[in-house]
Design a protein around this ligand. Structure first.
Ligand SMILES: [Zn+2]
Length: 68
């Protein structure tokens, strides 16, 4: 895990931390790993989930309502 020094108290903190566990100072955004990247992976996951559901829903529908 990548480690950084807190800009406020100078103690070592994990790069993944949102704020310093020693003094509670929020990490400067440029020090932190980009949260945008995590968001993109969430977005990709949701898109894949939706695509799978759109593909599978007619099958679920036909098994639940065989008459239709
Ligand atoms: Zn600190």
């Amino acid at each position: 895990m990548r480690e950084l020094n807190c800009t406020h108290c100078g103690k070592t903190i994990a790069a993944d931390d949102q704020s310093c566990p020693h003094c509670g100072m929020p990490l400067a955004p440029h020090l932190r790993k980009s949260p945008q990247r995590k968001f993109i992976w969430w977005f990709i996951g949701i898109v894949i989930f939706c695509a799978v559901m759109i593909y599978l829903l007619p099958f679920f529908g036909s098994t639940r309502f065989p008459g239709r």
